[in-house]
Ligand binder design. Structure first.
Ligand code: DGJ
Length: 721
């Protein structure tokens, strides 16, 4: 494990993966990315030929050209005709040719300053490659960190200007990787508001497949991640590589197949509406990218990515901490609540065994609907029937933790804050605002705004014993134009992200005992940049159990279940108007961090019994769901009428199966479980039935389903003692 340097070769090796780079007279060439290799002798080297219409940096060597070499930086403008990793405006042009001049090996990780960086965990080592362009007078540093406990390698870049003149960065990817020709599929997690993270898989062909966001956030429609997989890879076999970005702002990711069928991958900040002015001696830092490799199919890739996120990205204090079962009052009351209603809800919740009471939107200022008051973070004591601390005591007295909703990055025109600081909103001079949910965004690129938010929310958390914060973000960035110059405006959306990370880094450090959940109308900012500070994310505003199946399924490809909030809500469901059985709603929500978001006081006695049974069972299976290995048994997408997911942990397993529509005259489905010990006997909880792991995996479990739509089954097996 770690970094080794031998014969002009750099080996960056994590547990089961290696990235091998060659230093060819200063050019950095990618020799291998994949399964771990400790000794490499060029067996896969591209035969160098005189390719028609290729450029040669040397007149003597007609067989060496940049468009046929696999690279990680690329020289822009010298004949590498693929998408570049870097474009910098200096002197009169954008050409760059970076040559390796030095390297260093550092114990542990190096943080990307001001940006979310992973924790090093047990053991990590970082290779720093120093490249220079002596004409442009720029130094590019590439950081690659190898980890002992995972097959993930992380990387980022910095660019320093050592000329006397300022230069302008128009593009600087976090990483670029050239891979050999092969038949690949590209897999991305896409969707829209209320149907986030659905899996899209397609064959890569000559040309470029790309995804991006220019919303100022990663957005509901796309995830800053791209999986490149063998075209025949399945859940259980085949090689794949996942490229992910620890960044919540405008991003781009692409896979380009060139005319020689070689593939270039890239991920980083979106060029769109972006430029960065780099004055003499200044340094620009890119967000961190993560590359995860597995040859164990998509399940193997999932395991590696989920483990890395859980152990190295989520705040360490929460990576192994079970999440409380919560009640959230949003879909129970929306804005229409008072102290009496909240206490009744808390009473019921505590009697049913719930552990955390969350007060959602509407507790502050004049916030009676979503048209006003964002920015006025003073408690509406009339509505709460007293102080916030008094309400918190009521909840704590009932043995539950207390959580609060906030939306710090926003401002309503109808607010005291806007009256005082209209210039704090993101806006363009002489242009009218663009409204979304009738709100504007605060300009976190302005240090004064960040300082104000730090103070306001530090104060709120210091004065009130709050255990959990739901940090919402309900619109995207438009009218970006607060800068005094064109370049300042081009820098604004990334400067906003730096301000955002400074703010959340400060608050989460100051209040380490508060569990922060990120939300953006559900999963509008469900990315690794957010997860570095927010150990969990509200995956979607869509709480319909059936609509949730593909969202949760897609999310599982890369993100650990412990990061995903999942709630049981009312039927008919408020988003889909669908009527589903209470049991199915519970089973689906139990595949994430279970919560309830409905008026518990209005449930029938039978439903209340179901809630307390679900909560009691969830407390038993919680370690499996939150720390276990996940297997996707049946994909709920592409016309499937079924979904099935299994978790295995510590000689226990839980399987959840949902059949969407009723069927008639068909043979029941038999589910083959995975990941069990063949000779171990497992008892089905609540029965005397005992099966061997081999039987459950190789013969399978036949599901006896009655007629009816939206029915589910859950099987919890424990090793027989
Ligand atoms: C959007 C969130 O996704 C909801 O859960 C809720 O918190 C509302 N905002 C409140 O305004």
């Amino acid at each position: 494990m770690g970094i080794t340097v031998k014969d002009n070769l750099f080996y960056i090796s994590s547990k089961d993966s290696s990235l091998i780079l060659e230093n060819r007279q200063g050019d950095l060439l990618l020799k291998h990315l994949g399964k771990r290799i400790t000794s490499y002798h060029f067996s896969n080297t591209v035969f160098e030929k005189d390719h028609a219409f290729s450029g040669n940096p040397s007149p003597e060597i007609r067989t060496y050209s940049y468009d046929t070499q696999r690279q990680v930086v690329g020289s822009y403008g010298f004949g590498d005709f693929r998408h570049p990793s870097i474009r910098v405006q200096h002197q009169t042009n954008e050409l760059t040719q970076f040559k390796l001049v030095d390297f260093d090996i550092i114990d542990g990780i190096v943080e990307a300053q001001g940006l979310p960086s992973p924790h090093s965990g047990e053991k990590a080592e970082t290779l720093v490659l120093v490249l220079e362009d002596s004409v442009a007078k720029l130094t590019l540093r590439l950081y690659y960190t190898a980890f002992e406990d995972t097959s993930t390698i992380t990387t980022f870049a910095t660019l320093k200007n050592w000329s006397d003149e300022e230069v302008v960065i128009h593009r600087l990817l976090s990483t670029m990787l050239d891979l050999p020709a092969k038949k690949y599929d590209v897999l991305t997690l896409q969707g829209a508001y209320a149907r986030e993270k659905t899996v899209r898989r397609q064959a890569l062909q000559q040309g470029t497949f790309s995804i991006s966001s220019n919303r100022g956030a990663s957005g509901h429609g796309q995830t800053p991640a791209l999986i490149l997989t063998d075209n025949h890879a399945t859940e259980d076999s085949g090689e794949s590589i996942a490229l992910q970005l620890l960044y919540s702002g405008n991003f781009q990711a692409f896979a380009q197949e060139n005319q020689l069928k070689e593939v270039r991958l890239g991920i980083g900040i979106n060029d769109d509406n972006f430029a960065w002015e780099l004055k003499a001696e200044e340094i620009f830092v890119t967000p961190v990218a993560m590359m995860t490799y597995s040859d164990q199919g998509l399940t193997g890739l999932t395991e590696e990515s989920q483990k890395f996120v859980q152990n190295h990205i989520i705040p360490q204090k929460y990576s192994q901490k079970e999440r409380p079962v919560l009640i959230n009052n949003w879909e129970a009351t929306y804005f229409d609540f008072n102290q009496k209603k909240l206490v009744e809800l808390a009473d019921e919740a505590s009697q049913l065994g719930l552990e955390l009471f969350v007060l959602d939107d509407g507790w502050f200022g004049n916030r009676f609907d979503d048209n006003r008051a964002l920015g006025d973070w003073t408690v509406n004591e009339e509505k709460l029937g007293g102080s916030l601390s008094a309400l918190i005591s009521e909840v704590h007295d009932r043995g539950m933790q207390f959580g609060l909703w906030v939306e710090p990055e926003m401002i309503s025109e109808d607010s005291e804050l806007y009256q005082a600081h209209p210039d704090w909103a993101i806006q363009t001079p002489e242009r009218s605002h663009t409204y979304s949910r009738n709100q504007l965004m605060l300009n976190l690129a302005n240090p004064k705004v960040v300082a104000y938010l730090k103070e306001t929310f530090h104060d709120l958390l210091t004065k009130n014993p709050i255990d959990y914060i739901k940090w919402d973000y309900n619109r995207n960035m438009t009218n970006v134009g607060n800068g005094d110059t064109y370049l300042e405006t081009q820098m604004q959306s990334h400067a906003y992200m730096l301000g955002f990370y400074e703010l959340v880094d400060y608050l989460t450090r100051q209040h380490p005992n508060v569990l922060f959940e990120s939300c953006s109308g559900g999963g509008g900012r469900n990315d690794l940049g957010a997860m570095r500070y927010f150990p969990q994310v509200w995956a979607s505003d869509n709480t319909d159990a059936i609509a949730r199946l593909p969202i949760q399924y897609g999310s599982s490809y890369l993100y650990p279940t412990i990061s995903m909030g999942a709630h049981v809500s009312a039927s008919p469901n408020h988003q889909m108007c669908r009527v589903t059985p209470f049991q199915t709603r519970g089973h689906v929500a139990m595949m994430g961090n279970l919560g309830y978001e409905l008026d518990l006081t209005k449930l029938t006695e039978e439903e209340k019994t179901l809630v307390s049974e679900q909560v009691a069972l969830y407390k038993k299976i919680r370690p499996l769901v939150q720390f276990g290995k996940q297997y996707r048994l049946i994909n709920p997408e592409q016309g499937s009428n079924e979904a099935a997911v299994q978790f295995v942990y510590d000689n226990q397993t839980v399987v959840t199966y949902v059949r969407i529509q009723s069927t008639i005259e068909t043979i029941e489905t038999t589910l083959k479980l995975k990941g069990l010990e063949t000779e171990t006997l497992y008892r089905l909880e609540g029965t005397e039935l005992v099966y061997s792991g081999a039987e459950l995996m190789y013969a399978g479990l036949t599901l006896d389903m009655p007629s009816g739509d939206y029915l589910s089954r859950q099987f919890y097996f424990v090793k027989q003692s």
